[in-house]
Design a protein around this ligand. Structure first.
Ligand code: TXA
Ligand code: MG
Length: 331
């Protein structure tokens, strides 16, 4: 595996020899970890069954869980998905950005059926990440990219986290530093009469509902156990090794503390490790640090990570969604 550090402030990386090597690896069906504004993605050619099979194998991901196809623009997305008025509105309002749109798949889209797990729908995203969009453009390919972590575990928001989970499966990792949003994209399904919020994420429900002028429905069944519409909907997901205890008002012996806001829980001195997601109670800052904090607290050896209450509005819905799944009984 080769690690290639890019400085996004300076566009010279686009002409570097490494960019050509990474594009060539993707065209050859190899796996490349690519930073996005949400989390690192484990990217491969979405049109190649073999390349997508490598993604499932590397992550240990069940094959019934489809992958998001990343494309460089709405125009490129239209080759793969049938966008109705609502889908076009969301795409034009929120792309490039942390929104994934599920629409009916165009029958002659070259995206392979393994990428969509055989569904007649496709999940499409135009990320804000300049690196991902550039690689889609330079390869001329839609890139399938799930979060770059072992299936069911905490997502990777730094190159080190990705390397520790998946390093041996990668040809390259493009290291652009920590991901600024830190939590996955919001997924909205628009193949239904009512738009459905399949996964809360980097764009708040309130902003999507304001754009659509209608409330987003909940997925059904709400905690799918057997055939989830999205694997992030499995009740146990995003799980660290330690147990997770939510809404903690006090710290118990031997616990690590994931704190939030300016007021410490009682007995906080008992915490074997203590990370505050945002002393100012800023939800965007908390989302950006969430997965790194869970990984770091896990290294403390604590049997349990206790988490202070985090408000559920705005990005807090996605943060609480990830924490509830991290706390769910393990399968
Ligand atoms: O921010 C993100 O979305 C990151 C970055 C890398 O783009 N990707 C990501 O991928 O979180 P992943 O595979 O961890 O989650 C993708 C979710 C899964 O829950 C999957 O089931 C859902 O998207 N999905 C993909 N295709 C779908 C479809 N056709 N219908 C419903 N859900 C779909
Ligand atoms: Mg994931």
């Amino acid at each position: 595996m080769q690690r290639w550090a890019v400085n996004l402030q300076d566009s010279s990386w686009q002409n570097a020899a490494e960019t050509r090597a990474v594009s060539a690896a993707l065209k050859a069906g190899e796996l490349v970890a690519v930073p996005t504004e949400t989390v690192y993605g484990l990217a491969a050619d979405a049109t190649s069954g073999l390349a997508c099979a490598r993604i499932y194998q590397a992550k240990g991901r069940p094959r019934f869980n489809p992958l998001i196809s990343h494309v460089e623009s709405l125009d490129a997305a239209l080759k793969h998905g049938n966008f109705d008025k609502r889908a076009l509105l969301l795409a034009k309002t929120f792309w490039p950005g942390p929104l994934t749109i599920v629409v009916p798949k165009v029958p002659d889209s070259p995206v392979c059926s393994l990428a969509t797990a055989g569904l007649n729908t496709i999940a499409l995203r135009v990320p804000a990440s300049a690196v991902m969009r550039f690689l889609c453009q330079s390869t001329g390919l839609p890139l399938a990219a799930p979060s770059a972590n072992i299936s069911g575990k905490v997502s990777g928001t730094t190159a080190d986290a990705v390397i520790s989970d998946l390093g041996s499966s990668l040809s390259y990792i493009v290291d652009a530093g920590p991901c600024p949003i830190g939590i996955e994209s919001t997924i909205v399904a628009l193949n239904t009469a009512t738009p459905v919020l399949l996964r809360p994420g980097g764009i708040a429900r309130e902003d999507l509902e304001a754009a659509l002028g209608t409330p987003l429905a909940e997925p059904f069944p709400s905690t799918a156990q057997c055939a989830p519409a999205a694997p992030g909907m499995l009740s146990s997901h995003y799980a660290p090794r330690a147990a997770v205890r939510l809404n903690a008002l006090e710290v118990n012996e031997g616990e690590a503390l994931l704190a939030y806001g300016g007021t410490a829980p009682s007995a906080s001195e008992k915490a074997v490790m203590n990370i505050n997601l945002s002393r100012d109670a800023n939800l965007a800052e908390a989302a950006a640090g969430l997965f790194s904090a869970l990984r770091q607290l896990d290294t403390s050896g604590a049997h349990t990570i206790c988490v202070q209450p985090i408000p559920a509005e705005g990005l807090g819905e996605a943060i609480n969604d990830r924490l509830q799944r991290a706390a769910a009984p393990r399968q």
